[in-house]
Design a protein around this ligand. Structure first.
Ligand code: B3K
Ligand code: ZN
Length: 880
């Protein structure tokens, strides 16, 4: 077994900090090669000194210590040690001023954590533990301080100097340098610290808050991107208004700044008053951004803005509580997007994501609770579980309490804990108090990992008119948790009669008039619910609006599903009924393929697909969701032993059959969605465009010359990126001469636009054509491929390994070898990104013996690498 010096941090070991920092004054002499950082910290002890003195231990990484003073006097070497990861002052007084000067090298910082260079600027990323790469500090979220920052830099190359809070002063210095002083009046943890310096322009607007305060909104970008900020700015204003209306939360500083940077490890960062964004979540123009891009920008801008209250004003006591801010803020951004777009379609998209990414995580060796018990590298826990299952947990609270009590719980939480660093427990307590509910069993959602399974059976007694639903819950074992206690689960349901009418739900013994949707509360392993006054056996509509992050098992017949699809009042259930049908059909084909038979797609399925396609009552965006087949990755989840080749073949057979048999209807639906006016992202026609592009992809599936012609025509004439990319995506998956022609033309047109070239890489990486891996290997040597740029790595390495199941899981293991090589390469450059790329390997146990062996070999090869980063080590070791 591999032994390693990397240590595990346990939640149970938490203790309050020995020293608190009251104020921080930082002075930066900025230079990409060598930056000087002088800090002045007002520190006081936070423990009982009568019990014996404790040393002050400050975190620090990759720092060169230049000088160290305590209360104005240079510290003698005997009174401190500056070693690997820490600066320890052995015997500090009760309260004192510590002055530390260090040097750092932004340009050499390829991990993109701490202060680093990105294009023409210097910027920071501190969450989770990057501040210690800037200066020595108690780098933990429960140490909150008031910061004043002086930035000094060359005026020519760095005309813009930004930090958190308000600008206090700026001016010129000798030798062509200048300075700016910033003060942030709000106490904050070090992870929310930020500075940005560079040659930037900004666009701005103003927002008047609900109490009448004026806030300046500023978005900073490189000059060439000045014309691509409008949508982000508009989204910010929408988000500010929404948080006031929905949660009564107002912005608190005079300025809100957003900076777009090209090299960024994740989506964006909510630093107080100075958000730093991955440029892909800021920059958009109709020619370069798709409808999905526009929507993602709105969502991420909202997310970071909402953090100002859920994360910044109230933060986490320790990193185990990460979901306190992330789950809650995901829930808030989902609700924001639902209000801005279509609520049902947003819910469907969120469920798709949860099922395709969080459920597999929960079923893998990396499964962990929403509040983990331990970690080696906290960056590995910015996971689908902490974020998205965490968001579902908040949503369940709202479902259990009702909207009004939930809102009262939010108010109480803000009232009690503003300015504090707290635990998940404090949040749930506020909900329990406001809703007058006992939520102690509900806490299991934070502490137990794994996806619960609800098995539902029913019984109808004609004589008494009683319909009984029996629900049994179970949860598979996960690492460190063999046995689970029952969860407290809200199960939202309805009942339909055979004519598709909703029945009033009258529970036995209840007086009140029955509603047509009810939330049943599950607390025990098995529970029965008896409904009275039912005339004939109904069809149950279960898990409405996906009321809990669970898997549901109920033996629906084809007729039941058709009824739900066409008649249920809940759009999620309507959509889900179609997905269940599609899964059944495709899995049937998979079995036939595996048995060596000649599979054919059932007539009934083609028939109901055609009916839906021509259903004029449905909203186009919803229709596009309903007509999209379950993804190969989701289908894989349904198999005991995943067979990527058979899944691909079966799904393609359905697509090609639909394309052939429903050609006329598809052509018709596509034509009905043809644009009647020039593109505008807010024209309300995004659903139409999605449907149109989906029709095209079905038409292209059989690969007819006619369809290729349609795709080429759309590609050439599109006035927007959604249509251009929609056409190019189908061409990239087609073995025809037009493919190269289109890809080449696209590249020539967009070679100077990073965001678009990312799309170009990822289209090729996700092409299902057999030669894709060879093309991916060639693209590694393309002059535009840059292993140091996270977006580019995600668009090639990430896209191929995470979104191209059939080609990545090449039976010879060539895909695995490729990924192993890239992870080892990234390990020395950017450990966070290297660790992210490991995800596909963590699923190795789900495959056949041959693939298991090959993936295991890659994991072992990675683990054998000397100097493995903590991030990569933890995930590789836990995966095995
Ligand atoms: N809070 C940041 C994520 C930081 C990730 C550090 N590895 C972005 C967000 O969730 O809003
Ligand atoms: Zn967040």
């Amino acid at each position: 077994m591999h032994t390693c010096q990397h240590q595990t941090v346990y939640q149970k070991d938490y203790s309050a900090p020995d020293y608190l920092v009251e104020t921080v004054e930082l002075s930066f002499d900025l230079d990409p090669e060598l930056t000087w950082v002088a800090s002045r910290l007002k520190i006081r002890s936070n423990y009982d000194r009568a019990q014996g003195l404790r040393p002050l231990v400050l975190d620090g990484e990759e720092l060169t210590l230049v000088s160290l003073k305590l209360d104005g006097v240079e510290l003698e070497p005997a009174r401190y040690t500056a070693g690997d990861g820490a600066l320890t002052v052995t015997d500090p007084p009760e309260s004192f001023l510590l002055e530390v000067t260090t040097q750092i090298s932004p340009k050499a910082n390829s991990a993109l954590s701490g202060l680093y260079a990105s294009g023409p600027m210097l910027c920071t990323q501190c969450e989770a533990e990057g501040f210690r790469r800037i200066t020595y500090f108690t780098d933990r979220p429960d140490v909150m301080a008031v910061y004043t920052v002086i930035l000094k830099a060359d005026k020519g190359s760095c005309p813009v100097l930004l930090a958190n809070g308000n600008l206090v002063e700026k001016g010129d210095l000798p030798d062509g340098r200048h300075f700016a002083t910033w003060h942030d009046p709000f106490k904050k943890p070090s992870y929310l610290f930020a500075v940005v310096a560079g040659d930037l322009v900004h666009i701005s607007d103003r927002f008047t808050t609900m109490s009448g305060r004026q806030v300046n909104l500023e978005i900073y970008v490189e000059e060439k991107n000045q014309g691509k900020c409008d949508h982000a700015l508009r989204s910010l204003i929408e988000a500010m208004r929404w948080d006031e209306e929905q949660f009564g939360r107002e912005y608190d500083l005079d300025t809100y700044m957003v900076v777009a940077v090209d090299d960024f490890n994740m989506g964006a960062m909510e630093n107080k008053g100075l958000n730093v964004f991955n440029s892909r979540y800021v920059l958009a123009s109709p020619e370069t951004a798709t409808d999905d891009d526009y929507q993602a920008i709105e969502e991420v801008i909202g997310h970071e803005y909402f953090h100002n209250w859920t994360g910044n004003r109230i933060t986490c006591r320790d990193w185990f509580q990460l979901s306190l801010k992330e789950g809650l803020t995901i829930f808030r951004d989902q609700e924001f997007s639902a209000d801005m777009q279509s609520r049902p379609v947003k819910r469907i998209a969120d469920v798709r994501l949860l099922r395709s990414s969080q459920f597999p995580e929960d079923a893998s060796p990396l499964a962990h609770p929403v509040r983990p018990d331990s970690y080696v590298e906290i960056n590995n826990f910015y996971s689908m579980t902490v974020y998205h299952k965490g968001g579902e947990v908040i949503r369940m609270l709202q479902t259990l309490l009702g909207r009004e009590a939930f809102r009262a719980g939010m108010d109480l939480y803000f009232e009690r804990h503003d300015g504090q660093a707290v635990r998940v427990d404090e949040f749930v307590q506020a909900m329990a108090d406001a809703g007058k509910r006992d939520l102690s069993q509900f806490m299991r959602w934070y502490n137990q990992s794994g996806t619960p399974v609800l098995t539902v059976s029913d019984d109808f007694d004609q004589a008494s008119g009683v319909y009984t639903l029996t629900v049994t819950q179970s949860c598979p074992p996960t690492p460190g948790q063999a046995e689970k206690e029952p969860f407290h689960i809200p199960l939202s349901i309805g009942l339909l009669n055979r004519q598709g009418r909703e029945l009033p739900l009258q529970l036995e013994g209840e007086k009140s008039q029955g509603a047509i949707t009810r939330v049943l509360e599950l607390r025990q392993e098995t529970q029965s619910f008896r409904f009275t006054g039912i005339a004939s056996k109904p069809v149950p509509s279960l898990l409405r609006n996906f009321s809990a992050p669970v898997k549901l098992v109920y033996p629906y017949s084809q007729d039941d599903l058709t009824l739900l699809m066409t008649s249920d009042s809940d759009p999620f259930v309507r959509w889900e009924a179609g997905q269940v049908q599609a899964v059944q059909v495709i899995m049937g084909l998979v079995r036939e393929i595996q048995a060596g038979g000649t599979p054919t797609v059932p007539e009934a399925f083609i028939g109901s697909f055609g009916t839906l396609l021509t259903d004029q009552r449905q909203d186009r965006a919803f229709l596009a969701e309903a007509l999209t087949l379950p993804a190969e990755g989701y289908l894989a989840e349904q198999m005991k032993v995943i067979d990527p080749a058979a899944i691909h073949e079966a799904r393609e057979l359905v697509r090609a059959t639909v394309g052939e048999r429903l050609r006329a209807q598809l052509v018709g639906a596509r034509a009905a969605c043809a644009p009647k006016s020039p593109y505008h992202p807010d024209d309300g026609l995004a659903g139409c465009r999605r449907l149109k592009n989906l029709c095209l992809s079905y038409l292209m599936a059989p690969g007819s010359r006619e369809a290729i012609g349609m795709a080429m025509e759309q590609f050439k004439n599109a006035d927007n990126m959604t249509d251009s990319l929609g056409a190019l995506a189908t061409l990239a998956g087609c073995d025809c001469p037009e493919r190269e022609e289109a890809l080449e033309a696209f590249y020539r047109k967009w070679r100077d636009d990073r965001g678009v070239i990312d799309k170009w890489f990822s289209l090729q990486a996700t092409s299902r054509l057999p030669q894709t891996l060879d093309r991916v290997l060639e693209l590694l040597d393309h002059p535009d491929f840059d292993i140091r740029n996270p977006n580019r790595v995600r668009s090639l390495v990430g896209a191929f390994s995470q979104a191209n199941q059939v080609r990545f899981h090449d039976a010879e293991g060539r895909g695995y070898r490729f990924l192993g090589d890239q992870i080892l390469r990234l390990n020395g450059i950017n450990p966070q990104i290297a660790a992210r790329m490991l995800t596909p390997f963590s699923r190795w146990r789900r495959f056949d013996a041959g693939r298991q062996e090959l993936m295991k070999k890659e994991l072992e090869r990675i683990l054998a690498e000397p100097g493995l980063a903590r991030d990569v080590y933890e995930l590789a070791a836990k995966s095995l």
